[in-house]
Structure formats: structure tokens, C-alpha cells
Design a protein around this ligand. Structure first.
Ligand SMILES: Cc1cc2nc3c(=O)[nH]c(=O)nc-3n(C[C@H](O)[C@H](O)[C@H](O)COP(=O)(O)OP(=O)(O)OC[C@H]3O[C@@H](n4cnc5c(N)ncnc54)[C@H](O)[C@@H]3O)c2cc1C
Length: 410
């Protein structure tokens, strides 16, 4: 079996290895190969030296972590942001080459700095990455890049955070490392014929990574649909397997979509109506967490027009080929797993926090562990929590709670 992130294919770590080693999405390097991510060098810090003390350590310098930093800075609360990648925005840079944001620029700015494009434009993923870098620079946020946190523990009511040899001690820790951590790939992926190229959507960049020939996309959410559209345009036969997640019933790029409906859905329904403060929000939350949100840009009829064939769930492997739940076996050369991601909190050494599940929290506040917070989790507070426009509000809420337990700033 070939699990690869790029062509040339070798070396080809097996899918299970990839999962069992606990490699995160962030471990897919900028050139698309799976490799060791930059580790904290801890330059000048010996393991024996005293930890650096601060009030808040923010783990992760994506949109969620930077938003927390922005609000901490406004409150004059001392903090540091530890970011695993060498460059802010690399999570976006690693996403597939043709990706444009699903949301227009009017919804792609963080608190204090609008996205520098026409409000109706759909920025490229690299423009988003550069925006995040510019955001950190503009507000002079203390981001330490190349610092992958590998342990958080607690001693005498304070937190110890280590990133390689570098160590920090803080009253509060904010976990802002995103929902998209560890690719979720079913165990039977191991049994696919080694001649089939298979990769996870987190490693997909462009059609050049694939063999000539037909393709199965497993997973029918936003990523699966966008990738299916690109690859059907590439002139191959494409099957897309999985449950229908529903779709927004208008074109986000159309006149009505741009001027009215996007505001209604993204700005109002996702941001204000579907929250844990409303009965309807609490009702749909479990469904969103288990099945994903609706398709935003691509419509099922677009895929049908391109000849993408929708099929049921992929349930296993027969003679090295993917088998569908209706018993059909597909003779494909490529499989892309658009099956999402799962959390990996195994490096948080606190008994209250599960390794691979959503932690118990209210709007990101972990009541059982005072001083520990999460941001950027799916439906943390609202449907928009995992989106760019929701990051600022969630961050502000967390920072208000931190300020309440930080007497000097009250
Ligand atoms: C394909 C795709 C397209 C999307 N398009 C849109 C869109 O158009 N509009 C929209 O609003 N949302 C979109 N989203 C959703 C969301 O905005 C992004 O996923 C966004 O990247 C989430 O930001 P984040 O800060 O929560 O997490 P991330 O961007 O994942 O950032 C987390 C950061 O934490 C770092 N990190 C991880 N582990 C550690 C560690 N142990 N120590 C230190 N640092 C660590 C990572 O390197 C990373 O920089 C999209 C998501 C995907 C997957």
C-alpha cells in the first residue's frame, strides 16, 4: 500500500504507522513530504535551566492563537505564543495548491485588522497565510516559532509547558492548536493493494501526486467535494463515497449570495443562531460534531455535471480494492481519504483531559482545571468557532476569564 503525500512516492509510511506514530497534520512538511516537523530547538536553554515564567502560554499560532494574543495584549497580560512551525501561516500554505477560501474576505479578517482584499473576493490559501503573518507582525505578538509543545503538566497550581529543551511556567495555558490535528484513516486502509496510491486530504496538493487512472474519494464533506471537483476536471473517473452532509442552497459567488445570503448564513446563522447559548444550537451541535457541516461552495449538482459518481460508504477492502457498503468493489488507481481529523491531546499530562476526545469545557473554559482553556475547537461555542470570523469572539471570552483570575489587570 502506498500512503504518500507527494510524488515521487517513496518512502511510503503505512497508514497505520502514520496514525500510530501520532503524527499530526502539522507533520506534513512544506514540500509535501511526511517528515519530522521542526522541533523546539530551545536554543540557549539547557534542560536544567529554570523555566521562563509568564502569565499565559498560548499553544499554537494559527488564527485562534493569534486572536487570543491580540486580546491578551490589549489587556496588558504577559504571554507568549508557542508555534510548532517555522513560519506563521504554514498550516494554510500546506493545504492543496488550488484552494481558495470558502468564505469571502469580509469574513476572513481577525479582530483589529480587516482582510486586505475586496470584501467579496475569495482569498487564496497563501494570501490567508500571509495575512496571519502580517497580523502577528502588526500587533507585535510574541510568537516563538519552531517550538512544538510536547508536554503540559501542572504543579502547585501552575502549569509547566515544555517544547523540547525549552520550558515555561505559567498561571494559564490556552490550547489553540486547531481541530485538524491527526488524519483519521480507517484501519482497513492497510489492506489496499500497494499499487494504489492513497493519501489523506491533509497531504493532497495537486493531481500530479496521483497515478493516471480512476479515483475514489472517501468522504463527502467540503474537502472531499472540492478535491472531487478538481480531479474530475482532470479527466479521470471519480467516485465519491460517504454520507451527504447537506449544502448551502445558494451560490456564495453569485450576486444574491455575495450581497445577502452569505451574511444571513455565515454572519447570522453560523455566528449568532447556532451557538451553545441557543436551544437550536445545542440541538444541532452533536450532529455537526459527528457529521460535519454543510457544503459551502460546491453543490452536488456541480459534481454530478462533472460525472462524479456518488456512492455509499466505503466499508472495507476486498482483494486489495476498496469495497463499498453495497458490496461493489471499485477498481481504482488512487484513493484520497477526505475522512477528517481527530484530536490528539495525549501530550497534555492532566488526568482531566482525554487523549483523543473533546475535553469537557464551556466555551473553552475547563472548569475542572482552573487556568486551562481551549480555542479553535469545532463548535467550541458556535458553528463559527472553527472559522476565521468566530476566532475573535471566542478568544475575547477566554481572555476575559483569564483577566478575572489575574488580579493585576482587574
Ligand atoms: C481545507 C480547509 C479549508 C478551510 N477554509 C476555510 C474558509 O474558507 N473560511 C473559514 O472561516 N475557515 C476555513 N477553514 C477552517 C479554519 O479556518 C481553518 O482550519 C484554520 O486553519 C483553523 O485555525 P486554528 O488557529 O484553529 O488552527 P490551525 O490553523 O490548525 O493552527 C493551529 C496552530 O497550532 C500549531 N500547533 C499544533 N500543534 C502544536 C504544538 N504541539 N505546539 C505548538 N504549536 C502547535 C500549528 O502548527 C498551527 O500553526 C478551513 C479548513 C480547512 C481544513
Amino acid at each position: 500500500m502506498t500512503l504518500t503525500t507527494t510524488i515521487p512516492i517513496a518512502p511510503n509510511p503505512r497508514a497505520r504507522d502514520y496514525l500510530e506514530e501520532g503524527r499530526a497534520f502539522a507533520d506534513i512538511t512544506a514540500d509535501g513530504t511526511v517528515g519530522s516537523s521542526p522541533r523546539a530547538t530551545g536554543a540557549g536553554v539547557s534542560p536544567q535551566s529554570d523555566p521562563e515564567r509568564t502569565t499565559v502560554v498560548v499553544i499554537g499560532g494559527g488564527q485562534a492563537g493569534l486572536s487570543v494574543g491580540y486580546h491578551l495584549a490589549r489587556r496588558n497580560i504577559p504571554f507568549v505564543i508557542l508555534e510548532a512551525d517555522e513560519r506563521i501561516g504554514d498550516v494554510w500554505r500546506r493545504r492543496w495548491d488550488s484552494l481558495k477560501l470558502f468564505t469571502p474576505a469580509g469574513y476572513d479578517g481577525l479582530d483589529g485588522m480587516p482582510f486586505p482584499d475586496h470584501v467579496h473576493a475569495f482569498p487564496t490559501k497563501d494570501a490567508m497565510a500571509d495575512y496571519l503573518e502580517a497580523y502577528a507582525a502588526r500587533f507585535d505578538l510574541p510568537v516563538r516559532t519552531g517550538m512544538r509543545v510536547d508536554r503540559v503538566s501542572r504543579r502547585d497550581g501552575r502549569y509547566l509547558v515544555s517544547a523540547g529543551d525549552a520550558r515555561f511556567e505559567a498561571d494559564n495555558v490556552v490550547i489553540a492548536m486547531g481541530t485538524f490535528q491527526r488524519p483519521r484513516i480507517p484501519a482497513f486502509a492497510d489492506d489496499l493493494d500497494p499499487g494504489i496510491v492513497q493519501l489523506h486530504s491533509g497531504a493532497y496538493r495537486n493531481p500530479g501526486q496521483l497515478k493516471d487512472g480512476d479515483l475514489l474519494i472517501v468522504g463527502a464533506g467540503n474537502s472531499g467535494s472540492e478535491v472531487a471537483r478538481e480531479l474530475a476536471n482532470d479527466g479521470r473517473r471519480v467516485w465519491m463515497s460517504g454520507r451527504d452532509t447537506g449544502h448551502i442552497p445558494f451560490r456564495v459567488e453569485g450576486f444574491l449570495g455575495r450581497n445577502l445570503l452569505i451574511h444571513l448564513v455565515v454572519g447570522f446563522v453560523f455566528y449568532r443562531v447556532l451557538t451553545t447559548s441557543t436551544p437550536i444550537g445545542r440541538k444541532v451541535r452533536p450532529k455537526i460534531l459527528s457529521q460535519g457541516g454543510p457544503l459551502i461552495r460546491v453543490k452536488p449538482k456541480d459534481l454530478a455535471a462533472l460525472g462524479v459518481e456518488r456512492v455509499g460508504r466505503t466499508s472495507g477492502v476486498e482483494d486489495g480494492r476498496p469495497r463499498l457498503e453495497d458490496g461493489r468493489v471499485l477498481d481504482v488507481e488512487n484513493v484520497i481519504w477526505c475522512t477528517g481529523f481527530e484530536p490528539d491531546f495525549s501530550w497534555i499530562d492532566l488526568p482531566e483531559i482525554p487523549d483523543n476526545d473533546e475535553p469537557k469545557h464551556d466555551r473553552g473554559v475547563v472548569a475542572d482545571v482552573p487556568g486551562l482553556y481551549f480555542v479553535g475547537l469545532e463548535f467550541l461555542y458556535s458553528m463559527a468557532s472553527v472559522m476565521i470570523q468566530g476566532a475573535g469572539r471566542d478568544a475575547r471570552y477566554i481572555v476575559d476569564r483569564i483577566a478575572e483570575r489575574t488580579p493585576a489587570v482587574n
